[in-house]
Design a protein around this ligand. Sequence first.
Ligand SMILES: C[S@@+](CC[C@H](N)C(=O)[O-])C[C@H]1O[C@@H](n2cnc3c(N)ncnc32)[C@H](O)[C@@H]1O
Length: 273
Amino acid sequence: MPPDVAPAPDLSPAARDTPTAPTATAPDALTTEPDALYADPLLAACYDTFDGERDDLDHYETILEELGARTVIDVGCGTGALAVRLARRGLEVTGIDPARASLDVAHDKPYAEAASWVHGTAEELPALGADAAVMTGNVAQVFLTDEAWSATLRGIHRALRPGGHVVFESRRPQARAWEQWAAETAEQSWVVPGVGRVVGLPKGVRVELPLVTFSDEFTFESGEVVSSTSTLRFRDEAELRSSLLDAGFEVAAVRDAPDRPGREFVIIARKTS
Ligand SMILES: C[S@@+](CC[C@H](N)C(=O)[O-])C[C@H]1O[C@@H](n2cnc3c(N)ncnc32)[C@H](O)[C@@H]1O
């Protein structure tokens, strides 16, 4: 890790530790608070079980290998699923996320000690001289306003070395993922290690393109009920390309996600200026 970065500094306001759900409309604030799904300790403990096998991450490992990246920033690392895989392979990896509860889950994973963890947001990233930055799990869609998205890209740009790459995915609006989400109305249950049985109930989807908001209610064995509401922004390829150009990147490739053909853009962009 570069010498100017202390391990896991707290870059964000203390208020971020309080889970809040975003509203359905685009907030005015540059930075939104992380969703309860990531910031609530009970839900963060369930995240990896809810997500199941992470076949989606294989593609990122392959791309990073292709790029020859040795130092990598995992932006919006959440519970650190990719960061620990990279650390295990000997890459120098920094995971950054504003959701403290998710970072706590990451800290407990094997190989977590081989990575660096930053509690903060992408727009606060310092100059790290990294070879690459990744945003997996559609992190790019949590930035609802143009301002928040460009501040994120500027932060990533600052953190990369000249010629470094950002690699991320974003759902293709044309695939209309929200229609499938709206059709999923049945209860689902999981047994989460260390937590017990959790029952999830979808509470509805609201489509106000380019924003889509969905809510869920989770009931824990203890009887505790935790609700979450998330809003995502869907951007088309032209919008992604022009925002990258404005932030000082050139698009090197737009690929498909092999595990979700036709549904995602996987963008590889190079820092040019
Ligand atoms: C869908 S999760 C993906 C987590 C992880 N990348 C994965 O693949 O499992 C989205 C993540 O983005 C994080 N996030 C939200 N706002 C952010 C910001 N301004 N900067 C960095 N990460 C942010 C959330 O806290 C959450 O952990």
